[in-house]
Design a protein around this ligand. Structure first.
Ligand SMILES: Cc1cc2nc3c(=O)[nH]c(=O)nc-3n(C[C@H](O)[C@H](O)[C@H](O)COP(=O)(O)OP(=O)(O)OC[C@H]3O[C@@H](n4cnc5c(N)ncnc54)[C@H](O)[C@@H]3O)c2cc1C
Length: 499
């Protein structure tokens, strides 16, 4: 009999799970709260402009990339542009240009960190060697924690083929990035530490002291594998998956928040304002709890919130700044200690992108440039009441972030409008104040990774809170792992072939 599966949440993880399940004959229904799919890797319309909801850069889209492999198996090809110069990390005393080409990157490290150039290069070489092995291991389809044989994917075969490659991973399994710095005598070299901290806040939701070395090595060096701008915005990834589910006979319903769940005999009743239906199994990819055991959010683990500014700049900004010296795709600006940005509730770097302006229907708008900015913030203290205090806090962080950007690049005189979004805005839009999953500490990533299986019968999880963790690529991988757990391993584990 055909298995009916209800996926709660139409972010990239839920849609990936749904597409694999539909491809393997399940009757799939995706219920999404927002009016568009994609969640944090989607978009929303604000005053007739469409802004990214969170993610802007995609990873894993190279020829042998993990996302290419996943999408390829679903019959989709992603229209994306490779970024040769994805980002500049602007530190108080220096700027580091992230580039894809490995030799140019080594030269950049030597230029940016001249005081300790040789050690920094040696550190990076070891980091990228570890990252390569982590990539190969991930390509085997292994899913942690291992509960069933199929969770191992092709790892046993990989271990037999390359026994020596796994040894360095095993030796460093409990290391943090800080431990590798120490091994290279770099633990007190602040400029390099600050640079790594800035990168890790986005990639691992924590800093050198706590970020687990194995996943962080892949995340820090992933720009050499390739980072991508998806044409039409990163939300296109979710749109493609939703279209695939519909093509395969499934349903994807937007503007349909799930309000409750109940176990009835051996089925799950899923209730929304408009429907109440029974399903054989449920996948919760929302990151929100619907009762005991239904979400990793119940574990009491810390998660960051995000604060963002969506701005429209006058076209003159392009003429004056972008045409003469093209900027990288993104700027990650780390204000110095004591900057008002921290007092106003920001944490870590201000992340800025300049994008072509598009209207609510994703059609180009001439005569302006879109600027999106985001920063980590704690979720507490952003409740909407009292209204005046909320507005004042929002304005203070907006002003401090714009000042931090202005110190690097004059933008203020081009600004036509700004709209800010707080954790309370995220809650209204995607149902939660905490975004970006849990920090990739050794505990979360290695010792107690969070499973896609749950203790409830026929109930599964997917998304940035589950293994392998935060980011669009990892969330999509978790969705694939969820589909495999439901299908009892009936889908092969290889994405693009492990090496
Ligand atoms: C500001 C910011 C910038 C980022 N930048 C990047 C980047 O550049 N590159 C990158 O790779 N990653 C980035 N990320 C991380 C990445 O976007 C996320 O890790 C990933 O998109 C999470 O996907 P998900 O499916 O797990 O969860 P989500 O995207 O959160 O999806 C969950 C879905 O569930 C829905 N939902 C919630 N409650 C209900 C309900 N009751 N009923 C039905 N549906 C519900 C939500 O509306 C949402 O669509 C960024 C994140 C943020 C916040």
């Amino acid at each position: 009999m055909t298995q009916s599966i209800c996926i709660l949440g139409g972010g990239i993880s839920g849609l990936t799970a749904g597409a694999f399940l539909a491809q393997h004959g399940c009757r799939v229904t995706v219920l999404e709260k927002a009016v568009t799919v994609g969640g944090s890797a989607g978009s929303y319309a604000r005053r007739d402009r469409r802004f990214p909801a969170g993610a802007t850069i995609a990873f894993g889209l190279e020829e042998d990339g993990l996302l290419t492999g996943l999408f390829g198996r679903l019959g989709n090809k992603v229209p994306a542009e490779l970024l040769e110069h994805p980002m500049d990390i602007v530190l108080p005393d220096r700027t580091v240009s992230i580039c894809r080409d490995r030799l140019r990157w080594q030269a950049e490290l030597a230029r940016a960190f001249p005081e300790r150039g040789a050690e920094v290069l040696a550190f990076w070489k070891e980091l990228s060697r570890i990252g390569e092995t982590v990539f190969s291991v991930t390509s085997t389809g292994v899913s942690l924690p291992v509960r069933r044989l199929y969770d191992l994917g092709y790892l046993p075969a990989y271990g037999v083929k390359h026994p020596l490659r796994l040894l360095p991973l095993a030796r460093r399994a409990l290391w943090t990035v800080g431990d590798l710095l120490k091994a290279h005598g770099l633990e007190t070299y602040q400029p390099f530490r600050r640079f790594l901290d800035a990168q890790l806040m986005d990639a691992a939701q924590t800093d050198c002291r706590h970020a687990a070395l194995l996943p962080s090595s892949l995340a820090l060096d992933i720009y050499r594998r390739g980072s991508y701008f998806v044409h039409g915005g990163i939300g296109q990834l979710s749109e493609l998956l939703a279209a695939r589910i519909r093509e395969l006979g499934g349903e994807v319903l937007t503007a349909t928040p799930v309000t409750s769940l109940n176990r009835e005999n051996s089925s799950w009743r899923v209730v929304t304002r408009k429907r109440s239906d029974l399903y054989d199994a449920v996948v919760n990819s929302t990151g929100v709890s619907f009762g005991i055991g239904t979400s990793h959010a119940e574990d009491g683990e810390f998660s960051w919130g995000a604060f963002r500014i969506d701005a429209v700049l006058d076209e003159a900004f392009r003429h004056d700044h972008l045409d003469s010296r093209p900027l990288p795709f993104a700027l990650q600006i780390m204000p110095e200690a004591g900057h008002p940005v921290y007092e106003a509730g920001g944490h870590g770097p201000v992340y800025v992108t300049f994008l072509p302006s598009v209207d609510a229907d994703n059609e180009p708008v001439a005569g302006e440039v879109m600027m999106t900015c985001s920063i980590h913030t704690e979720t507490d203290g952003w409740e909407r009441r009292p209204k005046e205090a909320y507005q004042a806090k929002k304005q203070a962080l907006t002003d401090a972030m714009l000042d931090a950007i202005e110190d690097v690049l004059p933008i203020r005189r081009y600004v036509q409008r700004t709209d800010a979004g707080t954790p309370a805005t995220y809650e209204r839009y995607i149902g939660k104040t905490a975004v970006g999953g849990f920090p990739l500490t050794v505990r979360n990533a290695i010792l107690r990774p969070k499973s896609v299986s749950s203790s409830l019968p026929d109930f599964y999880l997917a998304g940035e809170q589950s293994f392998p963790g935060p980011g669009t690529l990892s969330s999509a991988l978790s969705g694939y792992h969820t589909a495999r757990a439901i299908l009892g391993g009936r889908i092969g584990p290889s994405f693009s072939g492990y090496r």
